[in-house]
Design a protein around this ligand. Structure first.
Ligand code: ADP
Ligand code: MG
Length: 689
């Protein structure tokens, strides 16, 4: 291509032929059979090729509403096509141009014959110089791929580039799939598969194509999944280095020691998770395990019992929380639980006085402290553990990756246990955290009452406030959450502040009301949170998501304003802040009308289930995987042709096959080397270590 097109391609992220060929069409159209105008039937989809006779914009009685109309003629007659509110088409579709129309044929409302309504169109002679014959083979007269327009690259240009690229490919291509595997799974070779993906041969099922389930499509998807899984395996190999300190032991003495710490019976989910962790600790390799469990499922005690194993084996343990507040809360709980043991604990946070800090740091280095709780500050440089054996990272799976890297930089290779209450749907766990082992606690400790959840329009405010008032009068505490679309939006902040004032002075004037929002500095926020934790504040109005993990059993009410603005996972997290004590707890979701369909569905999900995993699955369906995690560094791989939801089963198969194959080869196998080289760029993931 010329320099201008090259720039367009670059802007669209298309640099190599591979980029071009490994982007699938979004759908396929069967233009194998062009109908003639004479053959058009009402209610059927059809494709015709013809010449534009006439075009015009028709105004309607509604001033904003315009209709663009075309009259297109072929050798058998003429037919009308109309588009609603797309007047700009008059700049594109002009008389005397040759055009393809594809879409549904309907009867005109005035009874005057047939017409296409909002059909797909394609000009046969614009954009690029092509002979008519070439155009008829690429863009028509066959099953035609339709690509998503990206930047200045239209679907038609894309199609032509792909066509040409395919034509210039060598007869055989280097294949990323091992030949024996390809043979056993009866997959087409890569060259043929690519051709069939983009230009399917006559007779291919359109239905299969549009579900991305033809053998050619499946092969290319499988290839990507296989490479992805292979990359995970090699990354993980490097990660799971043997610890030079050797394996830990779990014997009866240690079991007794752990039992002494335990204040209650573990749930079966907790037991199972602990067994998995204990198993890891007894191996030479460093553990990299994610412990998933809904809010309140009791992850902390599992981590603490794991810590006991490590300490009994002569190691130190670092327990990291995302914020000071949570660190303090953990430290308190842990020192209470360990009060009757001979284990020593300490707390280290950023805001501590220098003197105290120094003392703790010294104690850590002398191994006078077995278990230290803290924030990220724990991994900062002046702190030297004498014998760090286990790191627990709470509610911070996003940082887990970076922190492990940091530890390794320091030459440390402890076991790492990352805990999260964000349920990761089954469909994503395989890939998003593919380099971690995962334990899941599915059950809750006995005796929990489910939070009663209701959805109400905000016009019912008074009724809700009366109800909240009753709970406050009974000595309970309440959260009121007011979302900011953006933490920086002045208007929203003003609305939230006004509401807090209104609640403080009018509605709940008898009670203590505090507002926290994201623009306050951390110390002020922590202090406000602390007064709530200590019961010195009755109503906490918050614009930010209240910190995950905060435990205030006396808080029984969660009111969420503008619930329609929150995501499902967030709402579930918020709801998890209440229902932590003996009393019945309530979650009231207020929405402003009109409520959109998806938002309504989200809120309905919350009233139907309290199961975080179930909600996560539903959320994923409502939103799609990209949105689910929000950002790229969150661990969702950057897949080109595979779709984590649609192709879940292929991914699973790829995992099984890649694991089996990987066992049979050496690390210097060409396919392994290739994938290691291509990994960061291909999948957009940070490589650990
Ligand atoms: P999360 O998984 O959300 O971090 P926590 O570890 O904070 O949950 O536990 C929530 C509460 O449940 C704590 O008060 C804890 O003491 C209690 N708990 C945990 N496990 C059990 C159990 N097996 N039986 C009774 N209470 C439990
Ligand atoms: Mg927790």
């Amino acid at each position: 291509v010329g320099p201008r097109r090259a720039a367009d391609l670059l802007n669209a992220g298309l640099i190599t032929i591979g980029d071009l060929l490994y982007r699938f069409p979004t759908r396929y159209e069967d233009r194998g059979q062009f109908q003639t105008v004479l053959e058009l039937r009402e209610g059927e989809s059809a494709a015709i090729a013809g010449t534009i006779l006439h075009s015009h914009i028709r105004r309607t009685r509604r001033p904003q509403f315009k209709i663009f109309e075309l009259l297109v003629e072929d050798s058998t007659g003429a037919v009308r096509a109309t588009w609603f509110n797309q007047a700009f088409l008059s700049e594109i579709l002009k008389p005397r141009q040759r055009v393809i129309l594809f879409g549904k044929v309907e009867t005109r409302s005035n009874g005057g014959g047939l017409q296409f309504v909002n059909p797909h169109y394609e000009l046969l002679n614009s954009e690029i110089d092509e002979s008519v014959a070439a155009q008829e083979t690429i863009h028509a007269g066959r099953i035609v791929p339709v690509y998503e327009r990206s930047g200045k690259i239209t679907t038609k240009m894309y199609r032509r580039f792909v066509y040409e690229a395919l034509g210039r490919l060598p007869e055989t291509l280097e294949d990323s799939l091992p030949p024996e595997l390809q043979h056993r799974l009866q997959m087409p070779a890569v060259r043929q598969a690519l051709e069939q993906v983009h230009f399917p041969e006559k007779g291919t099922s359109i239905e299969l194509l549009n579900r991305f389930r033809t053998p050619a499509q499946q092969r290319i998807i499988f290839e990507e999944c296989f490479c992805f899984q292979l990359g995970l395996l090699t990354n993980r190999m490097e990660l799971n280095l043997d610890r030079k300190e050797g394996a830990m032991q779990v014997n009866d003495r240690i079991r007794q020691s752990a039992l002494k710490v335990l204040p209650f019976r573990l749930t079966s989910g907790q037991k199972h998770a602990l067994q998995e962790i204990a198993h890891d600790l007894q191996r030479l390799q460093a553990m990299n395990r994610l412990l998933q469990g809904d809010v309140g499922s009791g992850k902390t005690i599992v981590a603490l019992l794991s810590a006991v194993i490590a300490i009994e084996n002569g190691f130190q343990v670092a327990f990291m929380a995302p914020t000071e507040l949570l660190a303090v809360q953990h430290a308190k709980n842990i020192s209470r639980l360990l009060a009757n043991s001979r284990f020593t604990t300490g707390l280290l946070t950023g805001s501590m006085q220098a003197k105290n800090r120094k003392r703790i740091v010294a104690q850590i280095s002398k191994k006078e402290i077995d278990l230290v709780v803290g924030t990220q500050a724990l991994l900062e440089s002046p702190i030297k553990f004498q014998r760090l054996g286990l790191v627990v990272i709470d509610e911070q799976h996003r940082f887990g990756v970076a922190q492990r890297a940091k530890l390794r930089e320091k030459g440390l290779n402890p076991h790492v246990l990352v805990m999260t209450a964000t349920p990761i749907p089954r469909t994503l766990a395989l890939t998003a955290y593919g380099d971690l082992d995962v334990s899941v606690i599915k059950d809750l400790p006995p005796g929990r009452k489910p939070v009663k959840t209701v959805v109400k329009p905000s016009s019912k405010h008074d009724e809700i406030y009366r109800f909240v008032g009753k709970e406050l009068a009974a000595g309970r505490q309440a959260y009121v959450v007011y979302p900011l679309v953006e933490e920086s939006s002045k208007m929203d902040l003003k609305a939230a502040t006004e509401m807090a004032n209104h609640l403080a002075t009018k509605v709940f004037s008898k009670y203590r009301v505090t507002l926290i929002h994201g623009r306050l500095n951390q110390a002020v926020k922590d202090e406000a949170m602390n007064t709530f934790v200590r019961g010195e504040c009755d109503v906490l109005v918050s614009t930010t998501v209240i910190e995950v993990g905060v435990d205030v059993p006396n808080a029984t009410i969660m009111v969420i304003e503008h619930a329609e603005r929150f995501g499902l996972a967030q709402l579930h997290q918020l709801r998890g802040r209440v229902g932590r004590g003996e009393e019945q707890a309530y979650c009231i979701l207020l929405y402003r009308s009109p409520l959109g369909e998806v938002a309504a569905e989200r809120l309905r999900c919350l009233t139907e289930t309290a199961d975080g995993f179930e909600l996560a699955e539903r959320d994923l369906k409502l939103r799609g995987p990209g949105d689910f995690f929000g950002t790229r560094q969150s661990g969702v791989p950057n897949l080109r042709v595979a779709d984590l939801i649609r192709d879940y089963e292929i991914m699973e198969q790829a995992r099984i096959e890649s694991t089996a194959w990987f066992r049979t080869v050496n690390l210097d196998h060409i396919l392994v080397k290739n994938i290691q080289k291509a990994w960061p760029e291909r999948f957009g993931l940070v490589k650990i270590g």
